[in-house]
Design a protein. Structure first.
Length: 430
């Protein structure tokens, strides 16, 4: 969890700000604190190693064989990072390793990279986003997922409008989202517009589009350019280029189908999923934290369903996936949010799925449980079918990751049928 707490700057930061006043001519800088306060400030900010997630660094340590040992070995990742001038807290290292194990990128006992881990170590993306893109090849929407993944790894292209124009800016953002209730799909729609203007060689037209829709032209252009870099990294692993149409298996479900885009987001970002029931305003995460949608999200705009009270049926659950949760002064907020219209992606592609019998009013049923958090009651035959489908999908995913260049041709008939069934189930469930 990222934290956003109000803290005093360092003396070095205060000095740097003072330099701004004399950049072009002599100036005056006013600091809103006393000399005594200045003397008590930290000389410098903490090392970035203490302030950022360590998952990518752990992957690189293994990829470069800087820490070949296990977690408790003298040549393991905790021991290696502990040699830094400002070593990270052991709990931060443990959290990073736990996340990589949960993602399936690292072996729990030896900390060796799995096939998925080796793929993620090549991609210059946060591991969860990288897994999202790899799942998109199986779901048949890799081009769209790559665009969304790159956008999630860069700053938002939407600018902060003046207070007097905030309502207009929110209305425009909602219009761009096209009812998707998803920040990722909203930015995907912006990139689609960028591509349309680019194909017609009308860069000036897109510049005017950005000015009219509270978008930063340079940021959109940078995100669009970064897609090529990620595409090259995927190609180096053996995956087909996301934008290629031959073979088209990895883009067979198109660029705009929200059902597959939501499924891809859920498969990658899990366990960053929250839920709520009828009448709730806040969401509950898998760690039982209460959180709200961040004000920067399209889902916090006036009139959006996720902004107000939950309106689903009495025995239904509403789910939302999020890229990051930040702890503010008063409460937790979720950014980069996407509404999940169906729970099927969670059952078939996320966490550890277990099934147990249940007796409801004398009727024998089954309960599907994802990580002892989400429980779904269903008939026994449907539960059995979903468990078998899940196992075959896990095998198919493992094969694709182990040999990306072989693609779907390496899947046996049962696994190919499972992938086709996944597409049909997701498309019908929304």
């Amino acid at each position: 969890i990222s934290t956003l707490q109000p803290v005093w700057v360092s003396q070095a930061s205060a000095k740097q700000r003072r330099g701004r006043a004399g950049r072009t001519k002599p100036g005056v800088c006013f600091h809103l604190f006393s000399r005594r306060r200045h003397e008590s400030l930290r000389p410098f900010l903490e090392s970035e190693l203490l302030r950022t997630p360590l998952e990518e660094m752990c992957l690189q340590c293994k990829k470069l064989e800087l820490a070949p040992g296990g977690q408790d070995d003298n040549d393991g990742i905790p021991a290696f990072l502990g040699k830094a001038m400002t070593p990270p807290h052991p709990k931060s290292v443990q959290n990073a390793l736990d996340l990589l194990v949960d993602l399936g990128a690292m072996d729990e006992d030896t900390n060796d990279l799995t096939d998925l881990g080796r793929c993620l170590s090549v991609l210059s993306l946060e591991p969860r986003v990288g897994k999202m893109i790899i799942w998109s090849y199986i779901l048949g929407c890799s081009r769209a997922a790559t665009s969304m993944g790159v956008a999630m790894s860069y700053k938002s292209p939407f600018i902060l409008p003046p207070k007097s124009m905030r309502q207009t800016a929110d209305q425009i953002k909602v219009a761009i989202s096209e009812g998707s209730e998803s920040d990722q799909i909203t930015i995907l729609n912006v990139l689609k517009t960028y591509d349309n203007f680019s194909r017609r060689n009308k860069g000036s037209g897109f510049y005017q589009y950005c000015r009219s829709n509270f978008l930063n032209f340079n940021t959109v252009q940078m995100i669009a350019d970064l897609r090529r870099s990620i595409g090259n990294e995927l190609a180096s692993l053996g995956f087909s280029a996301p934008s290629s149409t031959n073979p088209k298996w990895h883009n067979r479900n198109g660029f705009t189908n929200p059902a597959f885009l939501q499924a891809t987001i859920a498969a990658g970002l899990y366990p960053n999923v929250a839920s709520r029931v009828k009448g709730d305003v806040n969401f509950s995460t898998i760690s039982n934290r209460k959180a709200k949608v961040h004000i920067s999200s399209v889902n916090s705009c006036q009139g959006q369903p996720l902004r107000g009270k939950c309106q689903v049926g009495k025995k239904e659950i509403e789910f939302i996936a999020f890229g990051e949760m930040v702890r503010g002064v008063q409460f937790f907020t979720m950014s980069q949010t996407s509404h999940l219209a169906s729970a099927m992606p969670l059952i078939l592609m996320c966490g550890n799925l277990r099934v147990r019998p249940a007796n409801v009013q004398g009727e024998h049923k089954s309960v599907l449980c994802v990580d002892d958090w989400i429980n779904f009651l269903c008939p026994k035959d449907i539960a059995s079918a979903l468990v078998v489908l899940r196992k075959r999908l896990d095998v198919a995913f493992a094969k694709i990751v182990a040999d990306p260049s072989a693609g779907p041709g390496q899947l046996n008939p049962e696994e190919s049928d499972a992938v086709a069934t996944l597409s049909a189930v997701i498309n019908d469930a929304t």
